[in-house]
Every structure is written in structure tokens, then in C-alpha cells.
Design a protein around this ligand. Structure first.
Ligand SMILES: [Ca+2]
Ligand SMILES: [Ca+2]
Length: 188
């Protein structure tokens, strides 16, 4: 089972009907994930709902997502937290599918660069290699969805942290020592 197929279906949804449809999808996915009906999604439950016949979803990515979206720090994902997590996964998946043109389940380095450029993150070839080394990369096949999700999450996180600090030179930002320290210590 995966979110594939649901991706992008509600992008640009503005009116009440679309919002209601979206809330219905959220609820359905939450209920599907919450196998023991305790109104929260554990690491194992999230892992199961993200894994399908084709994709063995990386457990480290699951733990990483829970760490980011478990805002009350109780170790699991409740409905309010799930809505944001679902939006994020769906967004990343839509982008991944757009670049995985032959539907192989992998994108290559160039496509990874293009997908990241879409959100205003323009890594050099050297930076792309470092990102792949750091966040998991199968050199033979390319970047799988679970690893892309992790890379995309980190890039979005960095982008939102440092928007407004862009200098006139493309791809340069201004950062203080304190912010640099904070960034290095809190990198997801
Ligand atoms: Ca549960
Ligand atoms: Ca929680």
C-alpha cells in the first residue's frame, strides 16, 4: 500500500467541497494506518502503510519523518500531526513521480537536481553527491522514493529556515555564526 495514485489530486483545492474531499482522504489514510485503533500512528504502523509490494520503505526515513512531525514529542503521530505529515509526503511523492518518467521507482542525480531546483534549492554537482552520500543512495539504480523523501524534506526544511536571507548572488545566503551553529546542531 502506498500514497501513490492519490498524489496531486487535490493540488490547488480551494472550495469547501475540495476541502471536504481532502479531509475524507486524510481520515481514510489515518484509519488505514492506525491498525490497533488507538488513535495514534506508531513507527511500525507508518512503516507498514508506506510500504507496498514494489517498495520496501526505509525504516530510517520513517523514524526521521516521525521525529519531524511528532510535534508533541510523544513518540507517535496523532490526527493533527498526521494531516501535515500526509501533505508533505504527498507533495514529495508528486514531485518524485514527475521525474521518474520510466516508472522504475528511481530517479537519477540530474533528475534529483531538477526536483530540488523546483523548490528553489540549486545544489552543485558536488553538493548533490554529498546529499546522496548522507541520505542514502543506491548508485546502481539511483534515488528511490524513500530516500528522495528524506532529501526533499531536508531541502524544504533548510529552504524555509533561510528564506529571506538570499543575497543578490544566486544560491548564496547570509548566515550568522549563531544561526550556523543552530543549523548544524538541528539538521534533521
Ligand atoms: Ca496505532
Ligand atoms: Ca505525537
Amino acid at each position: 500500500m502506498s500514497f501513490t495514485g492519490k498524489a496531486g489530486g487535490f493540488v490547488g483545492a480551494g472550495d469547501d467541497t475540495e476541502r471536504q474531499k481532502r479531509m475524507k482522504v486524510y481520515r481514510e489514510w489515518f484509519d488505514k494506518a492506525d491498525r490497533d485503533y488507538d488513535e495514534s500512528i506508531s513507527i511500525d504502523e507508518l512503516h507498514k502503510v508506506l510500504t507496498n509490494e514494489k517498495t520496501a520503505f526505509d525504516m530510517n526515513t520513517v523514524k526521521f519523518l516521525i521525529r519531524l512531525y511528532d510535534t508533541d514529542n510523544n513518540g507517535s503521530i496523532e490526527r493533527k500531526e498526521f494531516y501535515k505529515l500526509f501533505d508533505h509526503i504527498e507533495d514529495a511523492q508528486t514531485r518524485f513521480i514527475r521525474y521518474d518518467l520510466n516508472n522504475s521507482g528511481f530517479i537519477d542525480e540530474k533528475e534529483l537536481g531538477l526536483a530540488l531546483a523546483e523548490i528553489g534549492f540549486n545544489p552543485s554537482s558536488g553538493a548533490l553527491k554529498s546529499i546522496q552520500r548522507r541520505y542514502g543512495y543506491n548508485a546502481a539504480d539511483g534515488v528511490s522514493l524513500d530516500h528522495f523523501l528524506r532529501i526533499y524534506t531536508v531541502a524544504s526544511h533548510l529552504n524555509s529556515r533561510f528564506s529571506g536571507r538570499v543575497l543578490n548572488r544566486p544560491n548564496w545566503i547570509e548566515i550568522s555564526r549563531d544561526d550556523f551553529m543552530d543549523l548544524a546542531l538541528n539538521l534533521p
